[in-house]
Design a protein around this ligand. Structure first.
Ligand SMILES: *Cc1c(COP(=O)(O)O)cnc(C)c1O
Length: 472
């Protein structure tokens, strides 16, 4: 490096680390992270990407904008309520605050009156039983998959679990429930066919001649709700009531994996089975996820007969899949606090969503003087998504924008995930809270000002159209 090479003037690491702004912001970051930032900025100066006298400011900005968790909040403008890639259910205010409170020492396994150990998660259990009186007892574990493995292992390790061929479900990312169940030693015995399975198929399996004592070789009957697909046409399945009668006649438990976590019937999702109905029909234990339609944190919930829950809870595997204190706090608060964002989004009335969307579109147009024709508000169906009732369209409205805005919104601050569909970028407010609206507005204004959006700045692409309910 020559004498007058500007790179000679790049500030040294020690000098950068001792800047007051860097020291203040660095208190919330690990030493390694702060040094990494400093090194990266120095490298940018060495390569000529920034000037040496920009190094200090760049380091300060970078340190101040670095958070210890790199998970970025995303505004969900897709209209899909339970979006697996966005962490499923957003928590209620009550659950968020419960998590903050449970972050320190808490009495999760301690009776403060007596000073002795108490049952872990007793408050979450009580809240579940109050919300679902049809259950005698409840157990919360790490997630739905863990609940299913635990129940089938506790009852059928080394034995068979009878399951309909129509209920071999892959829950996503290549995970199949069948592989999961067999991984701990239960043997799946397929019953019936993909589209039609009758109660007689299960009975024949149990009563076949080579089974002198079916309960010695069979551990449980399992019914799985295919929550992410639908078999239509020439179909048949055995009801929970029929299966319960058959199982109990053979001294077997009926395990029902519902997935979605609806505790009671919901008229918005008429075909979605609920925990109360399954228990009333005779299921011994019902399994659900905490972060689907229940609207809570990731958790697996087992609700059912007291002796079945006790058997499951006693199994050594229960310790390996136990729920975290934060999840227990959030489950309780989800059930005892105010309406969840999931319930609000699910029950959003189409006319109300239209009014809200049109008002939002008008405000947006007001912020963009070039958009003299406003923005099209079009009919758009929301979906529950991966949480159950996946196929049921939820009628609503959304703003239609040029498709090229989608990547700009996704990569902006805050990140916004719209739906791209039919060559358009659809912004659906169903899953956007009122508190998020100002940030969404800013993000949309910024995105339309961004260079990438310029090539489609022709406002005729989103001209108001009264036939589709456009905002003026
Ligand atoms: C979602 C789902 C699962 C898995 O639950 P996780 O909470 O994701 O582990 C299992 N069974 C059914 C029917 C489901 O819908």
């Amino acid at each position: 490096m020559s004498q007058d090479d500007p790179r000679r003037h790049i500030p040294r690491t020690d000098a950068l680390l001792s800047l007051p702004e860097v020291r203040a912001a660095a208190a919330a970051l690990s030493d390694g992270v702060v040094r990494g930032i400093v090194r990266a900025v120095q490298d940018r100066a060495r390569s000529g990407e920034i000037l040496p006298d920009q190094v200090e400011r760049t380091v300060i900005d970078a340190v101040q904008n670095t958070s210890p968790s790199s998970l970025r909040p995303v505004i969900n403008a897709t209209g899909v309520i339970i979006h697996t890639n966005l962490g499923r259910a957003p928590l209620s205010d009550a659950a968020r605050s419960a998590i903050t409170h449970a972050a320190g020492y808490v009495d999760v396994e301690l009776d403060l009156e007596t000073g002795t150990r108490s049952r872990r998660g007793a408050a979450a259990r009580a809240a579940l039983l109050a919300a679902c009186p049809a259950a005698e007892d409840a157990l919360v574990v790490n997630n739905g998959a863990a609940a299913l493995v635990l129940a089938t292992t506790a009852y059928a390790c080394g034995r068979e679990v009878l399951i309909s061929r129509g209920e071999f479900v892959e829950i996503g990312a290549g995970f199949r429930l069948s592989d999961l169940i067999e991984s701990t030693g239960a043997v799946l015995r397929e019953v019936g066919t993909t589209n039609r399975t009758r109660i007689g198929d299960y009975a024949a399996m149990l009563d076949s001649d080579d089974r002198a004592h079916p309960e010695d070789s069979v551990g449980a009957i399992l019914k799985v709700h295919p929550s992410n697909f639908r078999v239509t046409g020439f179909t048949a399945e055995a009801s929970i009531a029929e299966l319960a009668e058959l199982a109990h006649a053979h001294g077997l438990p009926l395990i029902v994996d519902l997935g979605s976590g609806l505790l009671h019937p919901d008229p918005t999702l008429p075909d979605e089975p609920d925990v109360t109905a399954a228990l009333t029909a005779g299921a011994d234990v019902v399994i659900a996820s905490g972060d689907k339609l229940l609207g809570g944190p990731q958790a697996g919930i087992l609700l059912g007969r007291a002796d079945v829950i006790a058997t499951v809870a006693r199994h050594p595997l229960a310790r390996a899949v136990r729920a975290d204190k934060l999840a227990l706090a959030a489950i309780e608060a989800t059930l005892t606090g105010g309406t969840t964002p999931v319930a609000r989004a699910l029950h959003t009335d189409a006319a109300e969503l239209r009014g809200r969307t049109e008002a939002f579109a008008r405000t947006l147009a007001g912020r963009l003087p070039g958009a003299i024709n406003g923005f099209a508000v079009v009919p758009h169906n929301g979906r529950t998504g991966g949480g159950g009732g996946a196929e049921v369209p939820l009628p609503g409205w959304a703003i239609s924008l040029p498709e090229s805005l989608a990547p700009v919104l996704r990569t902006g601050y805050p990140a916004v995930l719209p739906r791209t569909h039919d060559g358009a970028c659809i912004v659906d407010l169903r899953c956007v809270s009122a508190a998020e609206e100002p940030a969404l507005l800013d993000a949309l204004v910024a995105a339309m000002d961004a260079p990438a959006a310029l090539k489609t700045s022709d406002t005729s692409a989103h001209t108001s159209d009264s036939a589709t309910g456009a905002a003026p």
